[in-house]
Design a protein around this ligand. Structure first.
Ligand code: NAP
Ligand code: MG
Length: 508
């Protein structure tokens, strides 16, 4: 599809007046050396827009602005919890008010279907702000009885304090939602933020910054630096950053930890996954087939929690796999602007080549692969693939592909299914399909995963802690745990100078 049809022109008008510069200290400014970065439109391969390309000097400027905005005595520091809460609500409201434009931006920039962005990503981003708006007034410390001291003399308490300047580095798969998931809890905790969107999808973060400003966020509380991997690396290593919150690949997560080790800055990591989905023979099979297809193919398979490893009890294996193959073949792959599209293109030509290489090596290793074709047309499209008969040690089974590739394997007993599911360096999400809810509990408790879904998948909510075990990361986002991740606990002990009762002199 070329970028010149009438619908395209209408849709591309969402770019009109969109800020393309760096948002630092409440002002838009070009990059230090005026460099630009192109973001592509994955459904055509054309350049969609160019934005400023921040270097280390720009990053330092943004971190300094964030530091100044959160300093004791600053407007943000003095702001009442009620006012902070109102601000977060206003940002959520503005996201909903601009939902069509935000959805279009993510559709064009990332490739995902417009109706998915409009019904999923955008309301989810608003919900995070609305949910987090409930926290500022509830972040109370405790009055602590000193175990070994005199309770009348010592008044001891814990005081939750914002961790400080937060560097938020996000990937391209849910551009607006990821930005919201980092920014809203950090602001709820009273932190200030420098946000670095992925180079493939910088646009909705720029509009979010504009909306936050319109909501009344004081200058410097949220800063956005667009750029590439070097920009992210500069931000993760910049002195003045107190905490790095990162979502992305395990490899980059490792380099963030190395950078953080220099001064022990706080780190939260949401990394990759290779999430197992277990279907027992007694499951509602059409529901399990729908669930398994949704688990892997939603968002082009470009989700960290994609249910990419399917384990099916042997007696229903052929039936379930056939049902999923049918569902995969019915998925309409196309331009995200097209109302009929179920699945958009992958994010880039390089990423598609990587996905195809897994399928190529699976075929070469004797596995049966259906789907997984790259149409000979512009854009980075790839049809959904289902793989059976792969060597359990093959890369297609063990490694995160981050694309629409499902690998299915049979099992006989629940014990075997759990052992297969847990045999992975990752531990992000897992699923169980069965009518036996007692069995689901037993299996769910044994799975090494941060989230376990029973007879469902992709049910995420701002109130539910989200994160991974093992190689899938450190810490949790969302829920109370997600706010705590942006707080330090201070212990404050007051010696009141009280003498034992009866020895005190009467007040004069
Ligand atoms: P990525 O390469 O790790 O990039 C993520 C972000 O880090 C981008 O903003 C990237 O900038 C930046 N970055 C790259 N190199 C950096 C460095 N050395 N130091 C600091 N920042 C750096 O990941 P991706 O390919 O965009 O995203 C896919 C990965 O994200 C998958 O592995 C997936 O599982 C994971 N993911 C995890 C979750 C979760 O919640 N657990 C959610 C979504 C995705 P540029 O884009 O400009 O290079
Ligand atoms: Mg793009």
């Amino acid at each position: 599809m070329s970028a010149t049809t009438h619908t395209d022109r209408l849709c591309l008008s969402c770019l009109d007046d969109l800020p393309r510069e760096l948002f630092i200290g409440g002002k838009w400014s070009p990059a230090n050396d005026h460099r630009q970065l192109a973001s592509l439109r994955p459904s055509t391969g054309d350049t969609l827009a160019t934005v400023a390309h921040a270097d280390a000097t720009d990053v330092a400027r943004a971190v300094a602005a964030a530091g100044a905005a959160g300093r004791p005595g600053s407007r943000w520091h003095r702001m009442s919890p009620a006012a902070r809460s109102r601000l977060l609500h206003r940002v959520g409201d503005l996201i909903l008010a601009h939902a069509d434009r935000l959805a279009l931006l993510d559709c064009l920039d990332n490739g995902k279907p417009l109706r998915v962005a409009r019904a999923g990503d955008v309301p989810a981003a608003a919900a995070v702000f609305h949910y987090m708006a409930g926290w500022p007034g509830r972040l109370n410390g405790e009055n602590v009885s000193i175990f070994t001291g005199n309770p009348e003399r010592h008044l001891a308490m814990t005081v939750p304090e914002p961790v400080g300047v937060v560097a938020a580095i996000i990937p391209w798969n849910f551009p607006l939602y990821m930005a919201a998931a980092k920014v809203a809890p950090a602001l709820a905790a009273g932190c200030t933020v420098v946000l670095k969107p992925a180079e493939q999808t910088p646009l909705s973060a720029l509009l979010l910054a504009q909306l936050a400003q319109e909501a009344g966020l004081p200058p410097g509380v949220l800063n956005v630096v667009t750029g590439d991997a070097a920009t992210g690396a500069a931000l993760a290593a910049q002195p003045g950053v107190d905490k790095v919150t990162f979502t992305g690949s395990t490899e980059v997560g490792r380099s963030i930890v190395r950078a953080a080790a220099v001064d022990f800055r706080r780190v939260t990591l949401e990394l990759g996954g290779k999430s197992p989905n277990i279907v027992f023979g007694d499951a509602d099979l059409p529901q399990a087939m729908d669930g398994a297809a949704h688990a892997i193919f939603y968002n082009q398979g470009e989700t960290c929690v994609a249910g990419s490893r399917l384990y099916v009890q042997r007696q229903v294996f052929d039936e379930v796999v056939a049902g999923i193959r049918e569902r995969a073949a019915a998925i309409r792959v196309g331009d995200g602007l097209d109302r009929d599209t179920d699945m958009g293109p992958l994010i880039s030509a390089e990423h598609r080549a990587r996905v195809m290489s897994y399928l190529h090596s699976a075929r070469a290793g004797g596995a049966q692969v259906t789907g997984g074709h790259a149409p000979d047309s512009p854009g980075f499209f790839c049809t959904p693939a289902v793989v059976t008969g792969a060597d359990p040690q093959a890369p297609v089974v063990r490694e995160e592909i981050f694309g629409p590739v499902l690998v299915a394997q049979p099992f006989d007993t629940a014990e075997e299914a759990v052992a297969l599911a847990n045999d992975s360096p990752y531990g992000l999400a897992a699923g169980v399909f069965t009518r036996d809810l007692g069995l689901a509990q037993q299996v769910g408790r044994r799975l090494r995963a941060g989230t376990v879904w029973v007879n469902s998948w992709h049910v995420l909510d701002p109130a539910l802690p989200f994160g991974g075990m093992r190689g899938s990361g450190w810490g949790r986002e969302m829920g109370r745990a997600g706010v705590d991740a942006f707080l330090e606990t201070k212990t404050l002990v007051n010696d009141l100078g009280t003498r034992p009762w009866g020895t005190a002199s009467a007040p004069r």
